[in-house]
Ligand binder design. Structure first.
Ligand SMILES: NC(=O)c1ccc[n+]([C@@H]2O[C@H](COP(=O)([O-])OP(=O)(O)OC[C@H]3O[C@@H](n4cnc5c(N)ncnc54)[C@H](O)[C@@H]3O)[C@@H](O)[C@H]2O)c1
Length: 413
């Protein structure tokens, strides 16, 4: 296929996403008029796929210059080709080799962005550690993930944060839907499409019962799997129990699992101690924000041999003959462009609507905000939620003044 043909397909994929993303269209119509972002350079480090592309094009239509770059494994080349046609700057070095992430991110920063839409805090960490010149132009950041928000909070706690950051992940219209239902669906569909296996009767072990873990458990149960959960937070453990799952320490649960999905965001959550107890044929998938959740280097070090058994599945044979199957090299499997499509469009419609409002706010007001990690204003959630309900032909009520007054009283007698 020529690059031209690929870009044509990319265009069609973006159009399809647009036709299923009415909330983002309405937010763009109401809040991103032509030229509101004129002169603003926006840098994006997210998987380059149709939904991200749609958001980038909306920024572009509002006058912004947009530059995108990320891990080459997370770049859909057809979509990248379509974006480039529309004048979006795409930093996609070494595609296919999987080696170009650092170079891509550095060249994104070298463009001198005014606003960064960050994923897992990667651009921000790079700017703070090695590229201080970025702060000459940068007004603010909007961070997409749980892991990234935590990184920015640690920077701030250490007195190092140099810019204002919106914790976009923590907006209710983001994590309640993206982390739970988005990752729940895409984590499962990527597992199914990469392996071509079925789930009924299988024991799926989910490491971490946060928003992502809960979504995975919900979808895997619906597919007929039996769920084991491991946690370090006893309250989340009780939530898993109340949802009908078995909760065990990881060292015990791991011997039972047919499939392990890490969703904790903690580097080193699944180490050799656990890998060494897996059953023959066990499958390992990571969907958490840390690519170090599964200790892949320990797996490599202890394996007698390793070979690809299907696209995106490496089979490691341990010295006692047991075989362990690793999906997507331990990276976020559903973001690997050639293997999966990422989250559903309707989910990213909500996430990117929140992001559009956050990026706009940073572009217009970030320069006046002291460095800190800021919660997303609740009216952003409200706007996006109301737009979503309106698109579905639904609505909620408002409290009456009498109800408001009653709720403000302490003496209800
Ligand atoms: N790639 C994506 O599109 C995407 C989307 C959403 C979230 N994420 C990532 O998924 C991860 C989880 O996100 P979340 O929103 O559910 O976070 P969360 O904080 O709600 O949940 C994480 C859970 O893992 C538990 N945990 C931490 N360390 C553990 C360990 N060693 N063993 C067992 N449990 C452990 C915590 O107690 C917590 O309950 C984060 O890294 C986040 O960035 C990725």
């Amino acid at each position: 296929m020529t690059a031209q043909d690929a870009a044509d397909i990319g265009e069609l994929k973006i159009k399809w996403a647009e036709s299923h993303a009415p909330v983002l269209s309405s937010i763009a119509r109401d809040h991103l008029p032509r030229d509101v972002l004129r002169g603003v350079r926006i840098a994006v480090d997210l998987p380059i796929e149709p939904k991200t592309a749609l958001m980038c094009l909306m920024f572009k239509r509002a006058g912004a210059e947009v530059v995108v770059g990320t891990d080459p494994l997370y770049i859909h080349t057809d979509v990248a080709g379509a974006l480039a046609r529309h004048g979006v700057i795409v930093k996609s070095l070494n595609h296919e080799s999987g080696d170009g992430r650092h170079e891509n991110l550095v060249s994104v920063l070298e463009t001198g962005p005014h606003v960064i839409l960050d994923g897992s805090g990667n651009l921000g960490a790079l700017a703070h550690s090695a590229h201080p010149e970025v702060f000459e132009t940068l007004r603010g950041v909007s961070e997409e993930t749980t892991t990234g928000v935590r990184r920015y909070r640690r920077l701030h706690a250490n007195g190092l944060l140099k810019i204002p950051v919106f914790a976009a992940n923590d907006a209710r219209m983001k994590h309640l839907f993206d982390n739970r239902y988005g990752t729940g669906q895409s984590g499962l569909t990527s597992l199914l499409s990469i392996t071509n296996l079925m789930l009924p009767g299988k024991r799926i072990l989910i490491v971490g019962y946060g928003w992502v873990g809960k979504g995975l458990a919900r979808f895997a149960s619906a597919f007929g799997a039996r769920i084991l959960v491991t946690e370090v937070d006893p309250v989340r453990g009780v939530e898993a129990l109340a949802d009908g799952h078995v909760v065990l320490p990881l060292a015990d649960a791991v011997t039972e699992a047919d499939v392990v999905i890490t969703a904790s965001g903690t580097p080193g959550a699944f180490t050799w101690e656990h890998i060494s107890r897996l059953k023959d044929g066990a499958i390992l998938e990571n969907v958490g924000g840390s690519e170090l959740e599964i200790d892949v280097s320990a797996l490599i070090a202890h394996a007698a041999k390793c070979h690809a058994v299907r696209p995106f599945i490496e089979e490691f044979t341990l010295r006692d003959g047991r075989r362990i199957n690793l999906l997507g090299g331990g990276k976020v499997a559903f973001n690997v462009s050639a293997a999966a499509e990422g989250h559903p469009i309707e989910i990213m419609d909500l996430t990117f609507s929140i992001q559009a409002l956050c990026v706009l706010h940073m572009a217009l007001h970030g320069a006046d905000m002291p460095p800190a990690v800021y919660p997303v204003p609740s009216d952003f959630d409200d706007k996006v939620a109301r737009a979503k309900l309106a698109c579905a032909g639904m609505a909620v009520d408002d409290l009456t003044q009498t109800q408001r007054d009653a709720l403000s009283e302490w003496d209800l007698a």
